[in-house]
Design a binder for this molecule. Structure first.
Ligand SMILES: NC(=O)C1=CN([C@@H]2O[C@H](COP(=O)(O)OP(=O)(O)OC[C@H]3O[C@@H](n4cnc5c(N)ncnc54)[C@H](O)[C@@H]3O)[C@@H](O)[C@H]2O)C=CC1
Ligand SMILES: O=C(CO)COP(=O)(O)O
Length: 320
């Protein structure tokens, strides 16, 4: 049995995919009405309408009822992870906690695995990340993700149990690289969306992706990540997906800003808070992150998309 805590689009998609392996999957939501709705309709109409929830997905709002020892996949938005762990970490006790979110905490500047290590000290921290849209996973399209866990034996067990017929899991012990790649690519995706929204074309987007990737590497390597992790699914792979697809909420957020359209504050767009967190953090570490800083200003409304572009183009010329 595997527990998935958080019934957003991603948690639901993972539950549907994992249910193919035959064991029971416990899917928890904090809102009892949401649980009742999913039980009655066998769908998550609020977050992932369409795909059916197989019968071996057991729905619950009782987090205290989780069997001991089974891994908990935590699929809540990054800025709520710390509060979630403070509320439920002790109840959940010692077991693998697999973070399924992407971002940097605004207050602590920690990524998901680091947040688990700090706020749920009894848990074994891991992170599941990489290029994957919830809808692709839920509809059975082939997807590959990285499972990073510093304890490689535990990582091997998790890799086995999270692999499904359409979900291929690669393993790493570099949680820092995995969590920073997944967090930072969302910021670059907002920049790419804004650039396309401004009508700047595909060449400009390729430049932003490449220079954005340089920023991702600069910060992650300084934090001790391994270069190959950034080159892999959780870094380059997710950057490529998120910067080029309108299925991405981060990309669409940028697109709307570039076109001067309104954005919906109810949609989970992790790159907005992460841009701010990473800009503050990079300043503390004296690392140059111009694209992330410009995205932070754009999202905060301090710059228009056209001004953001001008800010980047007017930087002093330098070696690549
Ligand atoms: N949707 C996707 O395609 C993918 C999402 N992710 C990541 O998964 C994370 C979650 O994203 P989605 O599921 O798409 O978001 P979502 O917007 O679909 O759902 C978020 C869910 O979290 C719940 N929630 C919020 N705070 C909570 C708390 N304190 N306790 C319990 N539940 C809480 C909300 O009620 C909601 O059901 C994000 O970090 C995202 O980057 C990763 C890969 C793919
Ligand atoms: O992380 C994702 C794809 O890997 C999902 O991207 P969005 O959060 O931008 O929709």
């Amino acid at each position: 049995m595997i527990a998935i805590l958080g019934s957003g689009a991603f948690g639901t998609a993972l539950a549907i995919s994992l249910a193919q392996n035959g064991g029971d999957i416990l899917l928890w939501a904090q809102d009892p009405d949401h649980v009742a709705e999913m039980r009655n309709t066998r769908q998550n109409t609020r977050r992932l309408p369409g795909p059916r929830l197989p019968d071996n997905i057991l729905l619950t709002d009782d987090i205290g009822a989780l069997p001991a020892d089974i891994p908990a996949l935590i699929s809540v938005p990054m800025q709520t992870l710390r509060g979630f762990l403070d509320d439920h970490g002790a109840t959940l006790g010692a077991r693998p906690f697999v973070a399924c979110c992407k971002g940097i905490d605004l207050e602590t500047h920690l990524g998901p695995a680091e947040t688990i290590a700090r706020h749920a000290p009894d848990a074994l921290p891991a992170i599941l990340t990489g290029p994957s849209f919830a809808t692709d996973i839920a509809t059975g399209l082939p997807t590959a993700l990285t499972l990073a866990c510093a304890d490689d034996d535990a990582g091997k067990t998790l890799q086995q149990s999270l692999t499904t017929p359409n979900l291929r899991i690669y393993r790493s012990t570099d949680t820092t690289g995995a969590e920073l790649g997944g967090a930072l690519k969302n910021v670059i995706a907002i920049a790419c969306g804004a650039s396309i929204g401004l009508g700047l074309g595909d060449s400009a987007r390729a430049a932003l992706m490449t220079r954005g990737f340089a920023e991702m590497q600069r910060l992650a390597l300084k934090r001790g990540a391994r270069p190959e992790t950034l080159m892999g699914l959780s870094g380059f792979g997710d950057l490529a997906l998120t910067c080029t697809s309108e299925l991405s909420r981060n990309y669409r957020h940028g697109l709307a800003l570039g076109r001067g359209e309104d954005v919906d504050p109810m949609i989970t767009v992790e790159g907005v808070a992460t841009a701010r967190a990473v800009t503050e953090w990079a300043a503390e570490l004296a690392i140059d992150m111009p694209i992330c800083a410009t995205v932070a200003d754009l999202c905060a409304g301090h710059l228009s998309a056209a001004e953001a572009l001008q800010t980047l183009l007017s930087r002093p010329l330098k070696e690549e």
